[in-house]
Design a protein around this ligand. Structure first.
Ligand SMILES: [Fe+2]
Length: 441
C-alpha cells in the first residue's frame, strides 16, 4: 500500500519552485572628490606592489588624453612607482574589432600573459573595452570565443585575471560595477555582451572632479540612462516571484528586485532627479556632479542587480539600427515603456515613483498618481533641453519602422523581458514604439 508520505518523498526534485535566495556582488567602491588620489593605495590593496616593478595598462580614449584627465591618472600612478602604458583607442559604442585592437596591443607589448594590472578610465565605452580586454587576455583566445552562440562560440570565462580598477568619467552607465561588457557586432548590426562575474572589476573609483568637463548633452543623456536603471530596477519583478535557479552558478545576473535594491533605487531616483537640472545647466557645480555620480552608482547597484527591463529591451534594436547613444535612446523610450505601459502593472508602486521624481500626488487617486510619474519625467526632460522629443526626432523613426523594431525586441531581448512586470507581445511592443515617436510636441 502506498501512503501519502511515500508519495511526497518521491516527488521530482527539479520541480520548479520560487526563488528564495538573492545575491549581491560588487567591486570595492571608493566614491568622492579626489578619489583618484587613492588609486595607488587601491592597487596595493589588491596585491600589486610597486616595488615588484609591475606593468599596468590604462585603457581610455583620445578625448580624455587631449583634455589632460589621463595625465592626472598616470602622474598619480607614476609618483607611487607604478609603470603604466596608455592605450587610447577606445571608440564610442565599441565593436569587437575595437577590443581586438586593444588585445593585440597588449600581446605585442607584454606577451600572452598581458599586463600585471589594468585601469579603465572614461565613459562606458572605455570601461567596457577594458573589461573585455582583461577577460580575453586572462582566458586566452579571442573576443568571439566568449560571445554567446550563434554570433560567437559561447565559451565560459573561468578566470578573472589580474586586478582591474575602473574610473568612470560620466554619471550614467554603471559599467564600473556591472558584470557585462557590451560590444557591437558591426556586420550584423547587433550588440552582444560578455556577461560573467569574471568580467566585473575588482574596484571602482568614482571621482566627480573628472565629470565637470562633460558637455550638457552628454550629462543629460547619461543621466537618463542612470535614472532608467533606478526606475526599471524599482519596478521590475520581485526576486521571489521568479523561478529558483537550479544552482547558484546559473542564477541569472538580473535576478529581480529585493529590499536592498529598492533602497538603492529610491535614493538614486531622488539624487538624480533633483540634481540633473543643475548638472546640465551649470556643469561646474561640483556638489551637483558628486550627487549625480552617487545617484548613477546607486541606480546601477539597484538596476543592474534587480535587472533592467522593457525599456532597455526596446533600446537595443533602436541603437543597433540607428546608431543612437544608449542614454538618449533610454530617455526617449522611458515615458511610453517603463512609465506608460508598465504603470498598469502596479499603480501603487508607480505612484511612489512619481513622488520620488518630485510630483505632487496629494489628493490624487492611485492610478492618476501613477500617471504623474510619466508627466513629471517628461517635464524633467523638457527642462534639460538636450533630450529629443521622441523616436521621430531622435532618429527619424516613423510608423513603418515600428513593426520591425517591435519584432526585434520580442525576438532578441527575452533576457530583459523575462523580468518585466507586465508581459509584452509583439503587438504590445508595436503600440509602445508608436507611443514613443512623440513624447511632446
Ligand atoms: Fe543602461
Amino acid at each position: 500500500m502506498t501512503t501519502g508520505y511515500e508519495r511526497s518523498v518521491s516527488a521530482p526534485e527539479h520541480e520548479p519552485r520560487p526563488e528564495t535566495v538573492w545575491h549581491l556582488q560588487m567591486p570595492q567602491i571608493r566614491c568622492g572628490r579626489d578619489a583618484v588620489e587613492e588609486l595607488a593605495f587601491q592597487l596595493a590593496d589588491l596585491g600589486i606592489d610597486a616595488s615588484d616593478d609591475p606593468h599596468g595598462l590604462v585603457v581610455t580614449d583620445e578625448t580624455l588624453v587631449e583634455i589632460g584627465h589621463v595625465d592626472r591618472v598616470t602622474a598619480h600612478l607614476e609618483d607611487a612607482g607604478y609603470d603604466v602604458t596608455v592605450w587610447d583607442g577606445a571608440e564610442r559604442e565599441p565593436s569587437i574589432e575595437n577590443v581586438d585592437g586593444c588585445i593585440e596591443f597588449v600581446r605585442e607589448n607584454e606577451g600572452e600573459a598581458g599586463y600585471d594590472f589594468y585601469v579603465g578610465f572614461g565613459g562606458g565605452s572605455c570601461i567596457d573595452v577594458a573589461k573585455a580586454t582583461r577577460a580575453v587576455i586572462a582566458n586566452g583566445g579571442q573576443v568571439l570565443d566568449y560571445i554567446a552562440e550563434p554570433t560567437g562560440n559561447g565559451e565560459a570565462l573561468t578566470d578573472s585575471g589580474p586586478p582591474l580598477v575602473l574610473l568612470p568619467t560620466t554619471a550614467g552607465t554603471g559599467a564600473e560595477i556591472s558584470p557585462v561588457a557590451i560590444l557591437s557586432v558591426e556586420e550584423k548590426e547587433i550588440k552582444e555582451g560578455i556577461s560573467s562575474n569574471h568580467v566585473r572589476a575588482d574596484a571602482a573609483l568614482l571621482d566627480p572632479t573628472f565629470t565637470t568637463t562633460l558637455p550638457p548633452d552628454v550629462t543629460g543623456k547619461t543621466a537618463m540612462d542612470a535614472l532608467g536603471h533606478a526606475i526599471e530596477g524599482y519596478t521590475t519583478h520581485p526576486f521571489d516571484g521568479l523561478l529558483r535557479a537550479s544552482d547558484p552558478e546559473s542564477r541569472p545576473v538580473y535576478a529581480g528586485r529585493t529590499e536592498l535594491t529598492e533602497m538603492f533605487s529610491e535614493k538614486a531616483i531622488e539624487l538624480l532627479s533633483s540634481n540633473v537640472r543643475t548638472a546640465v545647466h551649470n556643469g561646474d557645480d561640483l556638489e551637483a556632479r558628486e550627487a549625480m555620480l552617487r545617484g548613477a552608482l546607486f541606480g546601477a547597484i539597484a538596476g543592474l542587480t534587480a535587472g533592467a527591463s522593457l525599456c532597455h529591451a526596446m533600446a537595443y534594436p533602436v541603437g543597433n539600427r540607428y546608431h543612437t547613444y544608449h542614454g538618449e535612446t533610454i530617455a526617449v523610450l522611458t515615458p511610453a515603456s517603463t512609465l506608460g505601459y508598465n504603470a498598469a502593472s502596479d499603480p501603487e508602486r508607480f505612484a511612489e515613483v512619481a513622488e520620488m521624481l518630485g510630483a505632487d500626488t496629494d489628493g490624487v487617486g492611485t492610478r492618476a498618481a501613477a500617471d504623474l510619474a510619466r508627466s513629471e519625467y517628461v517635464r524633467l526632460q523638457q527642462d534639460l533641453n538636450v533630450i529629443p522629443s521622441g523616436l521621430a526626432e531622435l532618429a527619424d523613426v516613423d510608423e513603418e519602422d515600428v513593426d520591425w523594431l517591435a519584432n526585434q525586441t520580442v525576438e532578441t531581448q527575452q533576457r530583459l523581458l523575462r523580468c518585466n512586470p507586465r508581459p509584452v507581445t509583439t503587438e504590445d511592443a508595436t503600440d509602445i514604439f508608436r507611443d514613443a515617436l512623440h513624447n511632446w510636441e
